[in-house]
Design a protein around this ligand. Structure first.
Ligand code: C2E
Ligand code: MG
Ligand code: MG
Ligand code: MG
Length: 282
């Protein structure tokens, strides 16, 4: 594109591109080291039952802090990990750490899968190993995939989803509505849950059209026998509207930001604690 704009433009943009490339390569090699030193850690965001307000699940979210780069958000390092083949190692570490951290609770555990992980032949083994080594019950594990998977090789994607579900775990479709998959794909895939993206939740208090859209999406999910989780709930009003629209689970800053495992466990209802304690000392 720079070329088409003429030589001057190319000269203007070249240094910026160089810097970006340099930063990316730097991040990549530092990320590789962080993985080797097991410095990628996991935070957990509570997910509540919309009917009872009780925390019933957490989503595991990868975190990376580095003395040089500071806190690097996953939206930055996950794509780098994807491009450089590091994502499988990160995925395995997150899976293992999260199953380990949550096995003594009775919470469901949601873990993100990126496309490169989804298509990797080793995924099934990684999941099986994590379940076996930690003793985490498969029925409490949910893997989150995104719409983009459905487009590339829908038939093979269906097979991967089915083989994962055969382990007894569940599959959620993350960021629903932000991708370009047609709703027809919902019929082909055996999924368990739709996670409605926060961009659909953000305007619902002030925009009647957005509310109607949310109601349509939840209707669609019900027609496909899918449970529904609304992401990005920040206000009481959003929580109320999402519940009224039929979202069974709610996730967002209103209920808690992603935080260390111990902090989430401490936050659990008192009713939950005796059970946790018993399990821990058993
Ligand atoms: P996601 O899976 O859709 O995760 C939800 C994101 O929304 C998280 O961002 C979370 O911190 C943020 N969030 C939660 N509640 C609210 C809210 O009320 N308001 C707003 N504005 N944001 C909220 P985070 O942790 O920065 O992660 C970003 C994305 O990075 C994730 O989106 C996921 O796609 C990816 N990611 C994170 N951890 C992993 C991982 O272990 N593996 C893979 N493959 N991807 C990951
Ligand atoms: Mg997610
Ligand atoms: Mg999401
Ligand atoms: Mg996302």
């Amino acid at each position: 594109a720079a070329k088409a704009d003429g030589k001057n433009c190319a000269r203007v943009y070249a240094p910026a591109l160089d810097e970006n490339l340099h930063l990316r390569l730097r991040l990549e090699s530092d990320l590789r080291q962080a993985i080797e030193k097991e410095e990628i850690f996991v935070h957990y965001q509570p997910i509540i039952d919309a009917g009872t307000g009780v925390t019933v699940a957490v989503e595991a979210l990868a975190r990376w802090s580095d003395p040089l780069h500071g806190h690097v958000p996953p939206d930055v390092f996950i794509p780098i990990a994807e491009m450089s083949g590091l994502i499988n190692a990160i995925g395995r570490q997150v899976l293992m750490a999260a199953c380990q951290a949550m096995r003594h609770t009775n919470l469901d555990l949601a873990i993100n899968l990126s496309p490169a992980q989804f298509w990797d032949g080793g995924l099934l083994d990684d999941v099986r190993t994590a379940l076996e080594e930690t003793g985490f019950p498969p029925e409490r594990l949910e893997l989150e995939i995104t719409e983009s998977l459905m487009l590339r090789h829908p038939q093979r994607a269906v097979e991967v989803v089915n083989s994962l579900r055969a382990l007894g775990i569940r599959i959620a479709l993350d960021d629903f509505g932000t991708g370009i998959a047609s709703i027809g794909y919902l019929q082909q895939f055996q999924l368990d849950r739709l996670k409605i993206d926060k961009t659909f939740i953000a305007p619902i208090e002030h925009d009647a059209k957005a509310r109607e859209m949310l109601v349509s999406i939840t209707g669609l999910a019900r027609a496909c026998n899918l449970e529904i989780c609304a992401e990005g709930i920040e206000t009481d009003g959003q929580a109320r509207l999402a519940r009224m629209a039929g979202c069974g689970r709610l996730q967002g800053w209103l209920f808690g930001k992603p935080q260390a495992a111990a902090a989430v466990v401490n936050m659990l209802d008192d009713a939950e604690r005796p059970r946790l304690h018993k399990l821990k000392t058993a």
